[in-house]
Design a protein around this ligand. Structure first.
Ligand code: HAM
Length: 436
């Protein structure tokens, strides 16, 4: 039997309805904040991600799924390396949405001018070659929002506020949501800080794992996330970014916190929160659900350098993304599973073959009127058809038997009360619209 790839999931039934509900919630909420939907291609040139997300990140070095066309595959195998490929032939599946949205904004000349920012949200599958485990998939779904052309600290705070409102609308108890906040500094202060952390790791190299020694060379800040207990304990003593921010970054961070306080948003400052993507400048944040043990359900921050890296004019920006699958796990573990009932429908049943044409006509009339209608032409017993109607959650069942066909009427059965009403053929749509 053919099997799906480990770390991927089929979305259907309740799960699919929940994914659609999440998108509907985003459309309504983010729309009110002035964000339009965008969809970028699932495959991009590798450089979009390498330059955008950062060459030294795990996402780019280890987790990106590379894409090669069938025609090029054998050439590549023969050559033994991808050096001969043109940039447009080097492709990858998107591991996240921000780099692609920024590429689209620059390429389509949507880079904000003056006071009019580019404001987009998306709901898309993302692909990361991680070791599959609970809440960590190889194909997962994100809803994200990117506010390009937003420099003020008020926008960072609004992002966190709209993110929390989104989670609230999905059924989370706000008291269970934990917001971790940090500032990563900017190009003026981060290089010196990174060097301090690198030196700190080198000074403690005898006690640290090989991965951290490697990180010291390429991305020392990642050592704050090391799962090794010894490294974790040592990194608690490492220099903190918040003690190494320049005046402009301190002022921006203070303003973000002030806006959040003013809006009554609780948060904890975590000076070791570094996030796994290199484009962040200044504000970063992550949301966890207390007691859910599924990892962060959302995260984001400011990325003031990314538009320029992608070939646009220097443009400040901020955004976030949430993970659909982790939200589902977290809601279930909090005791508020996201269950979206099937939309109600009308079932059209019949007793014998001669009534099939009438079933066809009635179902068509209902569907043309926009009513969700189901019928089954397999000639099963009326009892089986009622069972099927119950399974589909039908609120009404239209029954067409010999007598109905002969006298041009339908029997309409209320599936809850079992009360039955005779309805003229021409009056069916009106009756169902009123009672469904
Ligand atoms: P991220 O923190 O890498 O940020 O991902 C956002 C969310 O996607 C995570 O909080 C998590 O819920 C979910 N997620 C990430 N990886 C996986 C996985 N392997 N399996 C299941 N869920 C996962 C970003 O992607 C940034 N682009 C967010 C952003 C937008 N920053 C600024 N704008």
């Amino acid at each position: 039997m053919a099997q799906k790839i480990q770390g991927t999931e089929d979305l259907y039934g309740d799960y699919m309805r929940a994914w659609q509900h999440m998108q509907d919630t985003a459309r309504e909420l983010f729309g009110a904040y002035g964000f339009d939907m965008i969809e970028t291609p699932a495959i991009e040139q590798i450089d979009t991600f390498v330059h955008g997300i950062g060459e030294s990140t795990d996402v780019v070095r280890k987790e990106m799924f590379r894409v090669v066309s069938g025609a090029l595959f054998s050439t590549l195998l023969e050559a033994g390396s991808e050096h001969g490929l043109k940039p447009r032939q080097r492709m990858a599946m998107r591991p996240e949405g921000t780099a692609g949205v920024v590429r689209a904004v620059v390429e389509n000349n949507l880079v904000p001018q003056g006071s009019s920012p580019a404001k987009f949200w998306y709901a898309e599958a993302m692909f990361r070659g991680e070791r599959p485990q609970k809440g960590r998939l190889r194909q997962f779904h994100q809803i994200g929002l990117e506010w390009i052309g937003a420099s003020d600290a008020a926008s960072d705070s609004e992002c966190i506020i709209v993110l929390l409102e989104f989670f609230k609308r999905l059924g989370f108890d706000p008291a269970q949501l934990h917001v971790a906040l940090n500032s990563m500094g900017d190009e003026a202060c981060r290089p010196a800080y990174r060097e301090k952390v690198r030196q700190f790791i080198v000074d403690h190299q005898d006690a640290m794992c090989d991965d951290c020694l490697e990180r010291a060379k390429i991305n020392p800040l990642r050592s704050f996330d090391c799962k090794n207990e010894a490294c974790h304990a040592i990194m608690q003593q490492a220099p903190l970014v918040t003690d190494n921010l320049c005046d402009a970054c301190v002022s921006h961070y203070d303003q973000v916190k002030a806006y959040l306080h003013k809006a009554g948003i609780a948060f904890s400052e975590d000076p070791t929160l570094v996030r796994g993507l290199d484009y962040y400048t200044r504000t970063v944040f992550e949301i966890d659900v207390v007691g859910a043990a599924v990892g962060a359900i959302g995260g984001g921050g400011r990325y003031d350098g990314l538009v320029e890296v992608s070939g646009g004019k220097p443009t400040p920006a901020v955004g976030f993304a949430v993970g659909f699958e982790r939200i589902m796990l977290a809601l279930a573990s909090c005791g508020h599973p996201l269950e979206i009932p099937q939309p109600s429908c009308v079932y059209v049943a019949y007793t014998d073959a001669p009534q099939r044409q009438a079933v066809f006509d009635a179902t068509l009339a209902l569907r043309r009127a926009g009513i969700r209608a189901e019928a089954d032409y397999q000639g099963r017993s009326l009892k089986s058809q009622f069972k099927q109607a119950d399974k589909l959650g039908a609120s009404l069942c239209v029954i067409i038997g010999e007598d109905e066909l002969a006298h041009n009427y339908y029997t309409v059965r209320d599936m809850q009360t079992h009360e039955q009403t005779c309805v003229e053929v021409d009056g069916l749509v009106a009756f169902v619209s009123e009672h469904c």
